[in-house]
Ligand binder design. Structure first.
Ligand SMILES: [Zn+2]
Length: 388
């Protein structure tokens, strides 16, 4: 394939919407530029906004499949998200012993080798008991030097890109520094840390908030907690679950406004935190060893007595998160698209996705005037069953 696509409105690498062209050869963007293309185009998009394929750095599954269940299941989850515009994903694994997480990661290796999966996110096991959300209490532990050595010495470590932990856990500072030196992105999450402890974690190398406000001690006037430290640091990326359930639309608007003025528009990162019930019907699903029930698109943990407990992941996709942020939180569309593309790519340090630049993957999303995904290009080919 050698194809010149020209869009009247595309998300440019600078984060604006304007006329932009791309030359796509096979699976890559090989040339790109502002305004009209020097030749062609082979295809002129006039009725949709063209954006890079979405990048989701926090998702546990989708399409009734979980990343904890191996490569075949992972492929189903990837396909469900891909149809809705997400073409780059990390597989998030829930708290389990480190040895088990490494086995689960290793089972996903074929998807990483084939380029379908960008890597693995370990959400735990070094999390707070009090703020564990749907993570299992028996699975949580402290990041001891031995546990970190087990992780860093294992052959599956090259699959891990992102680790979430609670700064108040014994050994967290040293663990953050060692994992940062190993090239991981470190996120502060599922935590009851103080503001000072969180600042120390950032100084040690943490660069992200894992679903800001969800699974963490909230802002309090006598105890500002982790959220204040994360908001105030101008370099920290802020994951937001913008579904109107995990965060009120006004809170999304406030965080976005504050972070953009205090650091820049690259800080907000839309994540789905999707569980298997995303892009799938209501019903009963499993998240690791946890039973989760989805009713009216809200996922909750099933407690031992059969009642529904904590929110357990979401049924969101990034396409819905973008739409929700634009329509309900009044986020500027270009900024909302950045938060689903270049910002997450920067957060986890990948440079061939998230921006329409030469060298990048030929992964595209087209959005209609209501900000619904209308077409998806994956590795240079249009997906025929794309849907909002
Ligand atoms: Zn979580």
């Amino acid at each position: 394939m050698d194809h010149v696509l020209f869009a009247d409105a595309a998300l440019t690498p600078e984060g604006t919407l304007g006329p932009y062209w791309l030359r796509l050869v096979d699976e890559r963007i090989v040339e790109a530029g502002h305004g009209r293309p020097p030749r062609g185009p082979d295809e002129h998009v006039t009725d949709a906004v063209v954006a890079p394929g979405f990048v989701d750095v926090h998702a546990h599954g989708g399409g009734a499949a979980a990343f904890t269940d191996g490569a075949a299941s992972g492929e189903r989850a990837l396909a469900a998200h891909r149809r809705r515009g997400t073409t780059t994903m990390l597989a998030s694994l829930v708290s389990a012993p480190v040895s088990v997480l490494l086995e689960q990661a290793e089972e996903l290796r074929p998807l990483v080798d084939s380029g379908e999966l960008a890597g693995v996110h370990l959400e735990g096991p070094w999390l707070s008991q009090e703020h564990r959300g749907a993570h299992e209490t028996d699975m949580l532990s402290a990041p001891t030097p031995d546990a970190v050595s087990t992780l860093l010495g294992h052959p599956a470590r090259d699959l891990i890109r992102y680790v979430t932990l609670a700064p108040e856990r014994d050994g967290a500072g040293e663990a953050i520094a060692r994992m940062r030196a190993a090239g991981f992105t470190l996120g502060v999450g599922h935590t009851g840390a103080s503001c000072d402890q969180t600042r120390e974690a950032i100084a040690a190398g943490a660069t992200a908030a894992t679903h800001l406000f969800n699974g963490m001690k909230g802002l309090h006037h006598r105890d500002p907690g982790p959220a204040l430290a994360l908001l105030e640091d101008p370099t920290a990326f802020l994951e937001l679950i913008s579904d109107g359930v995990h965060l009120d639309a006004e809170m999304v608007r406030f965080v976005w406004d504050y972070a953009t003025r205090n650091g820049g528009p690259q800080r907000p990162v839309l994540v789905s935190d999707a569980m298997p019930g995303a892009a799938a019907p209501d019903g009963r699903y499993r998240l690791g060893t946890v039973d989760v029930e989805v009713r009216d698109s809200v996922a909750r943990r099933v407690t031992p007595d059969g009642t529904l407990g904590a929110i357990a992941g979401s049924t969101l996709t990034l396409s819905a998160a973008v739409r929700e942020s634009i329509l309900r939180s009044s986020i500027d569309p270009a900024l909302a698209l950045m938060a689903a593309t270049s910002n997450p790519a920067e957060m986890i340090g990948i440079d061939d996705a998230g921006r329409l630049l030469p060298g990048g993957r030929a992964d595209l999303v087209l959005l209609d005037s209501a900000w619904n995904v209308s077409r998806v290009m994956h590795r240079g080919g249009w997906i025929d069953d794309a849907r909002a």
